[in-house]
Design a protein around this ligand. Structure first.
Ligand SMILES: [Zn+2]
Length: 337
């Protein structure tokens, strides 16, 4: 395979152009199987222990992680990065990437766990079905370790620039070693969900017992406008995971990390719903007891505990959908095994 013709050297360009690629390609140390548009499965020739899913662009305009994943694939294709674990790399929503939007018809990250089957067919529902099939095929062997990091960037700034959302998994709990690995990759805060969410990471955690996280890596920027040096620590940890290199991080790596538990969800109850703060208010901005958080013609929502922080506020969602999460700081011991 010459580098020019190899889809892995610029998988993003191949995906956006919807260029046809062979079903499989053989390389010196691994094989590549092109499962669907923007989805490639890499299998090393040597035995391996872990199945890694890396996904990005589930929201089409969150470009920095897409560029990072594209770069990692190119490094693998050029032999600069040794593939020693199985890897499923997913460019989440190519149509939304082309449209430079978060989504075309509907938020793809609310359609997993089969939710895409309920309601009219659209671009994101079709895509969720394709991604679910690819993941089920990849995670076929339950005896192997499973990791899924779903990489995003946030719409707004954040008091913690990089943070991970941990899917609700009351039976399993979270291992400190797993969180420490993310902290090593520059994650500054963890947000523990309180309920099922039908996000992609919840899908992998719930159905496949994977160590799965939604990973937020800073603020949205267009293709080409990202400073990937800001993601170097994340890239470094991903390279080591892919190359099966040992990563020595102890639980003490979590000493400076913040932990939050979701306390309640604010749903948009009426067209008149609005927040008490401006659109550019950062994630994890704190409110104190009695502060007004949001209001509509039907109700006013106040902070009703000592401290609450607000995450993912978005008053533009349809009525009935989640407009924000209210979270409270918690000690590590309360959320970890
Ligand atoms: Zn996102």
């Amino acid at each position: 395979m010459t580098a020019k013709l190899c889809p892995l050297t610029d998988f993003l360009a191949f995906t956006l152009a919807n260029t046809s690629v062979p079903n499989t390609l053989g390389y010196a140390d691994f094989s590549a199987e092109f499962i669907a548009r923007g989805i490639v499965q890499l299998t090393p020739k040597q035995p391996s222990s872990t199945d890694i899913v890396l996904s990005c662009g589930i929201h089409g305009n969150e470009t920095a992680p897409i560029e990072l994943c594209n770069q990692l694939l190119a490094e693998i294709a050029r032999g600069e990065l040794q593939l020693r674990q199985r890897l499923l790399l997913i460019l989440g929503n190519p149509e939304a990437m082309l449209a430079e939007t978060r989504f075309v018809d509907e938020n793809l990250n609310r359609l997993f766990c089969g939710t895409h089957q309920i309601g009219p067919c659209n671009i994101e529902r079709q895509r969720a079905a394709i991604i679910e099939t690819a993941v089920a095929g990849f995670f076929a062997d339950a005896t192997r370790a499973r990791i899924h990091w779903d990489l995003h960037t946030a719409i707004r700034g954040s008091e913690h620039e990089k943070f991970a959302v941990c899917p609700y998994q009351p039976e399993r709990g979270y291992r400190q070693q797993t969180l420490a690995l993310l902290a090593e990759a520059s994650i500054e805060a963890f947000l523990f969900n309180h309920a099922a969410a039908h996000t992609f990471s919840y899908h992998s955690a719930h159905l496949f017992n994977a160590d799965a996280f939604t990973v937020e890596l800073g603020k949205v920027a267009p293709f080409g406008a990202n400073d990937l040096t800001k993601l170097e620590k994340m890239a470094c940890v991903l390279r080591k995971l892919i190359a099966a290199e040992s990563i020595n991080v102890g639980a003490e790596r979590l000493a400076k990390t913040a932990f939050y538990q979701v306390r309640r969800v604010i749903n948009k109850d009426h067209d008149s719903f609005r927040f008490s703060f401006s659109d550019d208010t950062a994630n994890f901005t704190r409110f104190k007891q009695g502060d007004l958080i949001a209001s509509s013609e039907q109700q006013s929502i106040f902070c009703d505990t000592a401290i609450e922080a607000i995450v993912f506020p978005n008053a533009k969602v349809p009525v009935g959908q989640r407009a924000a999460l209210c979270v409270v700081p918690v000690p590590l011991a309360q959320v970890c095994m």
